[in-house]
Design a binder for this molecule. Structure first.
Ligand SMILES: CC(C)(COP(=O)(O)OP(=O)(O)OC[C@H]1O[C@@H](n2cnc3c(N)ncnc32)[C@H](O)[C@@H]1OP(=O)(O)O)[C@@H](O)C(=O)NCCC(=O)NCCS
Length: 177
């Protein structure tokens, strides 16, 4: 169910802490992510260990790993799912730089959207993206996410304001490969 052509999505393990810590320091990841304040490696290890709640309908956070050799390469999440409206919000990053632009992000998003529609019975999946994030916008459009609107100067990074574009894909619209 959570396996695509290039990736498998699985729950995060305490052993992923080192990779997450490294990814969360990479400016290419940080640049467009709406981050919380930095965690130490010790805090991350704890958060992924005994403190970690089970994945649930309204908070599903998964590790993206390669199907070929099970290398953890990123994180993808569906959160704030509303059963009444069948909506949830998607977040994704490919943290392992060597795997960016290799089709892994597209595959991971497709797998999680398919899971959202088929298993969680969602009707739509929403996400937010900065207009300047060309790679992400390209991937979302390719999968048939549609731009629905823009919040002006909604996101601040390095002393500059950026707009945020809202995009969504509805049940039945996802482009399969
Ligand atoms: C966005 C992201 C998840 C995409 O994952 P990925 O594995 O690199 O994506 P893929 O390899 O599947 O696809 C990348 C596509 O974008 C295209 N692309 C790359 N840079 C681009 C740019 N600057 N402008 C437009 N398109 C671009 C590639 O050509 C490729 O298109 P194609 O498959 O049609 O040839 C990844 O780049 C990432 O994690 N970025 C940093 C964090 C981030 O921005 N997260 C999203 C926040 S909304």
């Amino acid at each position: 169910m959570l396996t695509g052509k290039l990736v498998r999505l699985r729950a995060l393990e305490p052993s992923d802490a080192g990779a997450l810590y490294r990814w969360n320091e990479d400016p290419a990841v940080l640049q467009w992510m709406i981050n919380e304040y930095p965690d130490s490696l010790a805090q991350l290890t704890k958060r992924l260990g005994e403190e970690r709640p089970r994945n649930t309908y309204d908070k599903l956070i998964l590790c993206i790993e390669t199907l070929a050799d099970r290398t953890p390469i990123g994180v993808i999440a569906l959160t704030d799912a509303e059963p009444e409206n069948g909506r949830a919000e998607l977040d994704v990053y490919v943290g392992e730089a060597a795997y960016r632009n290799g089709g892994y992000g597209t595959d991971a998003i497709r797998v999680l959207c398919r899971y959202g529609f088929d298993q969680m019975r969602l009707h739509g999946i929403t996400l937010w993206v900065v207009p300047e994030n060309g790679a992400a916008r390209h991937v979302y459009k390719k999968l048939s996410f549609v731009e629905e609107g823009r919040e002006r100067e909604r996101f601040r990074r390095d002393g500059r304001w950026y707009d945020l574009i809202i995009m969504s894909v509805l049940e039945g619209e996802l482009v399969e490969d």
